[in-house]
Design a protein. Sequence first.
Length: 201
Amino acid sequence: MGIKKDAKTLTGLFQERLARRKPHARVLRPNNPVASSIRVFVYFAEDAENSHQLLQWTPFLTQVAETIPIAIITRTALTAKAVADATELPVYLALSHPEFEAIYNNHRPGAIIYVNHHQANFVPLWQPDPVHIYIGHGESAKTGISASNQLKAYDQCFVAGAAGRDRIAQRLFDYDVGQRVQLVGRPNVASSGLSPASNEG
């Protein structure tokens, strides 16, 4: 088991290095010319194998981007490639904190969206000016995620429905659900054309 795990890790490192040397044609770097000001960033620090957490939202985000310019920021070359292959939204690659800062300062977005609770979310959360928004995907059974104390780090939390809001109210101490939780339905499911099993989460 240990050998297989080590081999998988080594293979991943090789693939990441190759992806950095031969980047996807659509992946933007901090020094790329700024074509237009991005008003909303979607920050995604996960590895490529977890890109589904983000990609379930990209059809909906693409619709929103017709009115409000949106870009995605990734933290690994493999993730950037996977996301750029799956969406027409602008995709940035920030390999370090200074690179993220450069991208951020080029645009000064009004909001930053997060689709998970990755520990690297604290890189953009350091910025005081934008509104930081966590969007839940409506899987009501995962209470440790949907009603995590980590929600307190964000200015706003968007959840599918009343059940999600009530879970947060019951589980979190000293958290103003009325001010910080917004009910938004499940646009990630609606825009994909799938039929949600439940829209209460």
